[in-house]
Structure formats: C-alpha cells, structure tokens
Write a protein that binds this ligand. Sequence first.
Ligand SMILES: [Mn+2]
Length: 373
Amino acid sequence: MPHVKFLHTADVHLDWPFAGLGSGGDLKARLRREELKSIFAAIIDLAIREQVDLLLIAGDLFEHKYATRGTMQFLDEQFRRFGGPVFISPGNHDPYVAGSYYETYPWAPNVRIFGPEPERIDLDGLPVSVRGWGFPTWEVRECQLQRFPPPAAGGRVNLVVVHGGDAAYHPFDSDDLAALGADYIALGHIHKEGVLLERAGRVIARYSGSPDALSFGEPGEHGVVIGTVSPDETRLRWVPTGLRRYSTADVDVTGAVSLEDVAARLLRAFPSEERSVNCYRLTLTGAVDPSLTVDVAVLQERLAPEFYVLRLTDATAPEADLAALACERSARGLFVQRLLGMEAAEADAGRRRVIRRALAHGLAAFAQKGGAS
Ligand SMILES: [Mn+2]
C-alpha cells in the first residue's frame, strides 16, 4: 500500500514585529525574531530525524511587510538541508503578489511554491500527489477549493496544502474540504491547532497551529504535525515546538500591605523556571491596605529579572475605601453596595473571592470610563 510521511507546519510568521513586549521590548522583539528562526531550524531537524518524505507549509511562513532577504536566505538554507520536496501555499501574510520573495528569490530546486492558479503536482519518486493554491492578494473572500484539479487516480496518496478558513481570508467549510477527495489536508491560518474534518474516525483536515506563540492572543502549547498517510489509514502525531508561552491571568493580592508583599505573591504564583521563559499579562485583584499605592511601573521594574515578560494591570481596591464608595450616591456606589452585600451573604470562601474580583474589575471599568457618576 503506498504511503507517505510528512511534516505539516504553518503560520511561522518569520520576521513578525513582536510589538508590545513591555520595557526593553525592542531588544526582546529582535531576540524573538531570531528565536522564530531557531524554532524553524529545529522543525527541519525534526523532519530530518523523523525521516519524513516531504514538508507541507500551509502559509504565513513569513511577514511580507517586514521580511528581509537574509531571512529568505536562511529559509532556503533550511530547505536545502532538508533536501526532500517542500510544498508551500502562501497565505494572507505572505501572499504571492508581484515582487514577493516567492516570485523573486532563487529558491532551491526542491521547493515548490503554489501560486494563484490551483495546481496538482504528481511526484516522480513517491506515490504522492500534492494540490495547493496561494493567496494572490491580501484578502480572498471567495472559496477557491472548487477550482482545484481532481485528485490523482491510481492508488496515489492525495495531499492538499492550503491557507484560510474565515470570511476575509479564503472562506471554506467542511463540505468544501470533503469535496476535495483528499487523504489529508494541511491547513494554515488558525494559530491554535485543531481538527476541522474527520471521516469515519479518520482525520482528513487539520490546522497545525503556529509553531510558537506570537502574542497574548495565542495561549497554550504550540507545535507541528507529523503524519503517515496511505489511501486507507492516517496516523498523526502533534509535536510541541513552542519556546515561550503567553499567559493571561488574575493574581489575588488581598491583604497586601507593601509592594514587596505584592511582588512576593507574584513570585509565588509562578514557578521560576516558567516565569523566566514565558510571557505574562497579569491583573492584580483583591482588597489591599488603604495606605498601599499599587505602582505597577515600580513592580514591573522590580520583577524584571524574574519574569521574561511581565505586563501588570492594577485592579485592586483599597479595603477602607470600599465602605466609603458604597455610600456614594452614584452608579458606582450602588454597584459597590450590591457586591459587598452579595459578599457578606456568601458562605463559600471561593465564591466570596469571585465576588471580590468582580468588584475589582467593575471598579477598574468605572475608572476607565473616567467618571464616578
Ligand atoms: Mn497566520
């Protein structure tokens, strides 16, 4: 039975600008851009170690607007090092537009880049056909899958590599994907890994997700897919490749009397081996001593050696002020009064903490509206 082993990745976004990394952000952004390259090199190492037959890259490999020729040279070296066939379907961040590096760079002969006309490539040395298509513009609002050539006959394994999946960026649904008659469809665009289509318990289409998180919008683990596919069996393995995680959380600092107290709570909340590599966006909650000013700039500076990236927001409320606020004749006063009442009536300590957090978030929202009325 013919079969093929491949590595599926997407959304590497080489040369992503990495804005918003906090103080020292520019240096960190430059470092993160280098890290993305090292992750891509590690993916090639994995492909070589796993002896995969081919690479499927489902778009957004690089940032068209920021990518340098040096990055293309790096990519080309990696593709040459892999040596086997490499199939790329450009996406909305690296569209196949006139003057794109996809068009102008002298890529290694093992690299095949799909363009605006859907194509099927029947490989010579392997019983495999690969179909693909690349974004010709920044947005694509029509499904292109109906324009794809039919699958190859004759017992070949039929693969597809394509980018998209939402309204402005090449919309398609599971029926459109099923109609391709493929054994496996390697998808890119959604940065969270996940299966999009299964048939009789067999995965037909899935997103690999981005190999490393790019922002706080991408929590959790990131990786690539290694698959072995024949016309009647699919075995897929998702391999983590991410270097840094992004976490968004609340940290309750109720009862803190000093910034050192708050710092100690933050350090206790996350193991040092995690906070030294990951990126955190944390909201401080709870009622603190009325004499304490929660100066997040000072805290961030104090904790800079302890956290790789730390972005703090203060949503604490001074304990004593709450009673005064509850007497205020305003929407905010009424809000505080109601929540303090709920808290007093609640027997469960966990639920009391939830109410206290809701109170803190509500007060932060009132503060942002800029009015106490
Ligand atoms: Mn993307």
